[in-house]
Design a protein around this ligand. Structure first.
Ligand code: SF4
Length: 472
């Protein structure tokens, strides 16, 4: 039987069609609310965004969800996990750095109305090992401890692209994002004899031109937290047998032409992400995990990069399901059926037409990567079903989404207060309150001026124009 994916489009022009309201509506209609029982400790798993990323999910969605979970009697916390270094300049690799970055991005207890926590401890070794004999490539996974210990979980995902995973969806939010640091080494194939980063990469030590001819060579050593690169006056060495695949060096070394990153590593990681997602669901309990995908601000790269490109497709909408495979498949299909956005990576890569595989074209690091590899793996291992029924959800009643602290209309709330502290000066200017022109030419300021092709010229023309009241 097909899995149900509940869906609302991204159009928003009223109280009940606000995206936060739509998120609550699909949360309720999809019966994810029923996962929450009184006193359940409920993890809301988000991606809090990298330092200076600006496409990550605004905290208002997690706050809205946390408030609703509290109304249902649950005890929510919002969480993310420590990362591998991923570059020489990590900003979320320890609990301290994660919390600092999350706070800068707005993920704080004060904003969320519930705790924001690092789910895998200070370094990222706080985890729970899970056997996954059904895994496609992984046979065990290390799930972040606070997530494994939760009674229920709502996986609140910003759906977007990803350089390694090709898509950054619900499966990846758990398959990477709910793994401890130890678990991330596992998923990234650290130490794997065939698919590990060093096994898949090609090293070109002969291309090193010597210290004297390599300004900034120090970063070749400083990028590795395991001290596996050694630079000598005339040569460079890599202790690749000990490489953990932490991703600290690939960008630097590939940029310097000293290595080629191997696609096999990425393809294997894409499969492993589904395995680790399954482990996470086993840890929490498959019947206690729900998924909401906010397919908005669909940047080509993940929220784990320190920038955000032009979205590759317009907002696609709000999706909810109990099936992580089905919900990601529905989002991929929606992106494929959408036109790409002019000026985005999708257009740059000629992957902007309706029907194009948008993420393979504009997010993947390698041409041969697949935007459905993780989804297909999830289907094969029983994580979920890539065949889905899309259930179109109608907006709820507007009353439900009005300002919850006080939903009374204005007269009842403000008449007495405004009488006591008048914000409008009726006593001035014959009751009109303020000093203003009786009448002006409002059509004049609406004109586009001839010859204007951009905002600068338009502004200049307007400043040079003869304004009402000017002398000739
Ligand atoms: S050599 Fe391996 S462990 Fe060291 S930075 Fe590179 S990927 Fe990480």
């Amino acid at each position: 039987m097909d899995s149900k994916v509940y869906y609302m489009d991204a159009h928003s022009d009223s109280t009940e069609t606000a995206l936060a309201a739509k998120m609550l509506t699909v949360f309720e209609t999809s019966e994810l609310e029923d996962l929450i029982k009184p006193n359940d400790v409920v993890a809301i798993k988000v991606h809090c965004g990298e330092w200076n990323n600006s496409a990550y999910l605004r905290p208002v969605y997690a706050r809205t969800l946390a408030d609703r979970i509290k109304e249902l009697g649950g005890r929510p916390f919002v969480c993310d996990t420590t990362t591998l270094p991923y570059s020489p300049w990590a900003s979320r690799a320890t609990e301290l750095d994660l919390l600092l970055t999350a706070e800068r991005n707005g993920y704080t207890s004060a904003v969320l109305g519930c705790p924001f926590i690092c789910a895998d401890g200070y370094i990222g070794t706080g985890d729970h090992r899970v056997d996954i004999p059904e895994g496609y490539i992984l046979k065990e996974a290390y799930v972040a401890q606070a997530i494994a210990a939760a009674d229920a979980m709502i996986t609140l995902t910003h759906f977007k692209g990803h350089g390694v995973g090709v898509i950054g969806g619900a499966i990846k939010n758990l398959g990477i994002g709910a793994q401890s640091k130890r678990g991330k080494f596992n998923v990234h194939m650290g130490g794997h004899p065939k698919y590990g980063f060093p096994a898949a990469a090609t090293f070109y030590p002969e291309r090193f031109k010597g210290k004297a001819n390599t300004p900034g060579w120090e970063i070749f050593e400083d990028c590795c937290p395991f001290n596996l690169w050694k630079v000598y006056d005339d040569r460079i060495e890599w202790d690749r047998d000990k490489c953990t695949g932490c991703s600290g060096c690939p960008g630097i070394m590939a940029g310097a032409g000293l290595i080629d990153i191997g696609q096999a590593n990425f393809d294997a990681v894409d499969a492993a992400i589904a395995d680790a997602c399954l482990a996470t669901m086993k840890a929490v309990g498959p019947e206690k995990v729900g998924f909401i995908n906010m397919a908005i601000d669909i940047s080509p790269k993940c929220d784990c990069v320190n920038h955000a490109g032009v979205p590759i497709v317009p907002h696609l909408g709000v999706f909810a399901s109990k099936d992580p495979v089905a919900i990601d498949m529905a989002c991929v299909d929606a992106a494929r059926n959408s036109p790409g956005i002019p000026g985005s990576m999708a257009e740059d890569m000629d992957a902007h037409h309706v029907g194009d595989a948008k993420f393979e074209g504009s997010a993947a690091m390698f041409h041969g990567q697949s935007e459905v590899a993780t989804i297909n793996t999830g289907h094969v291992i029983g994580l979920g079903n890539r065949n889905y029924e899309l259930v179109d959800v109608k907006p709820g009643e507007p009353e439900r989404f009005r300002f919850p602290p006080d939903s009374r209309p204005s007269r009842i709330r403000f008449q007495e207060k405004f009488a006591m502290i008048p914000p409008f000066p009726y006593e001035r200017h014959d009751g009109r309150g303020f000093l203003r022109e009786e009448e002006v030419d409002l059509e004049f300021i609406k004109k586009h001026y001839e010859g204007s092709t951009n905002g600068h010229e338009e502004a200049e023309n307007l400043s040079e124009a003869v304004m009402p009241g000017d002398d000739d």
